[in-house]
Design a protein around this ligand. Sequence first.
Ligand code: ACO
Length: 316
Amino acid sequence: MKSPQHIYISALGLYAPEKILTNDNLAEFVDTSDEWIRSHTGIGERHIAAENEQCSDLAVKAAKYLFEKNNLSMDGIDGIVVATATPDYYGFPSTACIIAEKLGLKGPAAFDIGAGCTGFIYALEVARAMIKSGSMTRALVFGSEKLSAVVNWKDRNTCVLFGDGAGCALLEATDEEKGILDSTLHAEGSGSLSLVIENGGHAIAMEGRAVYAFAVRAIGDTIVELLKRNDLTIGDIDWIVPHQANKRIIAACSKRYNFDPSLFYMNIERYANTSAASIPIALSEMEDAGLLKAGQKILFVGFGAGLTYGGTLIQW
Ligand code: ACO
């Protein structure tokens, strides 16, 4: 079998739950303020899933949006790869299998990937490599999170930071000169206990300062690594789409590495940190706003629990 030339993102979708929790709403039940949250993180509000809305439901709604928006059929989808830290079940079955069933897909390869907030970057690379090798031909790659289910709503250090949502990318092969050019994946297990979901999936605990310092370095180093080995400079890049954890992390990284801050697409004000979903949500939103144009070079950069980090270089 001839190996496909290039693997590209052919369509994008997102879903954000209807319910919005503003910083002022939060301040009604935890000792915080809109001023503190905005000035320390850039977050203004977050979406919160309904009680009966699971991680798989958010993902399915993102996929339906993708198919309806682009008037595409689900024919030939033979891969479902789901990056999530908040699966429907902590154990079997995988959320990917549940999504396949809810979408009515028969017999795809379907599995979850756990790499914290870097999950979408890992999932994209696994799906790319599987399409390249011929194990899949058309794959839906999701980042989907119901973080509200694992947040300790009494802990102001963490509960203000997170939100729910899902994003979805359709990945397939093309002979055109476009698509994923390179990707890099890393982990620093020495920091594994600085960001954990404790109690069998019931409370996020985080050493905020340690994660902050790691994040600034991880984003910067990933960008430099991908630029260097592809003989590019930052001036060749049209957009950087980072994991949305804290706008101060991006500001600190831009300053330290001398990147133009306006290269970074940010939407954290409206979604907070949606972990593995943040990059595909941002991409789908950028597409809807007409910001993604053929020929652009775009970097995705993720970092998170693990501690994991990594990036994707793509030509749109
Ligand atoms: N409202 C009001 N006060 C608060 C709140 C809050 N929501 N949260 C903490 N504080 C207080 C603290 O109690 C502390 O008070 P004290 O000095 O009296 O003890 C004070 O604010 C300062 O706390 P710090 O932790 O030093 O605040 P910092 O400026 O470091 O900001 C933050 C904290 C926002 C968590 C920051 O460290 C951060 O963003 N870290 C990285 C987090 C991150 O990116 N996580 C996710 C990455 S991976 C993933 O996405 C899963």
